[in-house]
Design a protein around this ligand. Sequence first.
Ligand SMILES: Nc1ncnc2c1ncn2[C@@H]1O[C@H](COP(=O)(O)OP(=O)(O)OP(=O)(O)O)[C@@H](O)[C@H]1O
Ligand SMILES: [Mg+2]
Length: 425
Amino acid sequence: MTIRVLKAGDIYRIEGPAKVVVRRGQIYATGVTYTEGQVFTVLRARRLAIKAVSDAEVEFVLGPGALLEKAAPGEEIIDEWERHLSALDPRGVVLILGMMDVGKSTVAAMLGNKALAKGYKVAIIDADVGQNDLGPPTTISLARPTRYVTHLRQLVAEKSIFLQATSLERIWPRAVEKITVATEYAKNRWKVDTVIVNTDGWVLDEEAVVFKRQLIERIKPTVIVAIQVENELAPILNGYGNVIVLPPPPYAKKRTREDRKIHREMGYGRYIFPPIELAVSLDKIPFCNLPLFQGVEISGDMRRMLAKAIGMSIIKAYQQGARVYAVVNSDSWMLKKVGGFQVVCIPLDFEKGLLVGLEDREGFLVGLGVLKKLYLDRRRAVIYTSAEVEKRIGDVSCIRLGLVRLDDSFNEVEKVPGLLRAELA
Ligand SMILES: Nc1ncnc2c1ncn2[C@@H]1O[C@H](COP(=O)(O)OP(=O)(O)OP(=O)(O)O)[C@@H](O)[C@H]1O
Ligand SMILES: [Mg+2]
């Protein structure tokens, strides 16, 4: 424990895990002024800048690996953020944009705090599928804060939507749809005054620009908060007038790809807990995004002819109109044309370790799971999921196949984009 006397105007950077107890005076952090007796925390491996609003005495309880350092004058952007964000009317939809590690989640928390302080009802939507702070990785998650937080991570998602992957590169059109659904849900069902939408850091590619601009067109933000290093967001923001541009914190903690992967893997483990094995009849709860076992089964000579035509042995095949879904002895997903038919070739054992989302009738996530085994003859799936999902199995209307494969310890083994071919068919 360290007790420090701070002078009005002093700025400190703290890396958690740390607890900050205000003993005397006033301390500003994440849009909130904490006074005598109040406490806030800085999470492990996260950094935060704080400022003494008045002369103050502060107790810093620093955990393992925590850091505390005084910022040199002019070094931190805490005042600039505060000035811009306190001038903003948070009512309506606020969209936060920026690259990785620029402080998007911190700004989302700060705006949430500010809207709460004004007495508004607030929803925060975290649409960052790679590093979701509110809910499981691979989701868009929604929470309603009721108290001040220093990090979004301190809030718990009430609703999540499964987005199948850890990045939006290949699936952004669905992300536009689902972020819009989430925003409308917060506005119309929760009837909040403020919706804060945090996004993923994919902003530089041409396609990312199209994605973000379509998102802006759909959710029509009242204001866009753009955290920009140089001028990298210009292609996205071009033509929009309701934009506040902020600089990133100069001493932000950068996370490597590996850090981010480990963080996600812990996320799967945290949400698939306590884990149980669940056997599901796919006749009762089908896949949402692969109509396997539906239509007319093709067997006998017909199947042998089809196998010859596609040059692979077929284990099971089902015809639906002009399309055939065939489980084949192959490693990859393929689309083949045979006569007037389109054959969707599904690799045998494609399911092993596939991340899945069990969805309710409205398309919200009941829980994540990992597919263990598919019994083709019995049309049953064995899924590794949480006890909570088992309890709520009556709410599950379909199982959405994801695009990530995990091993038994929830490590990400590979991406499985092949499934997208079948989805697009
Ligand atoms: N003023 C500050 N000074 C130093 N570090 C800060 C400051 N504000 C936030 N940080 C830290 O910078 C890091 C990045 O911030 P944050 O997580 O908000 O960014 P992000 O854009 O949401 O990142 P990601 O792409 O990982 O989602 C975090 O560790 C955060 O705690
Ligand atoms: Mg973030």
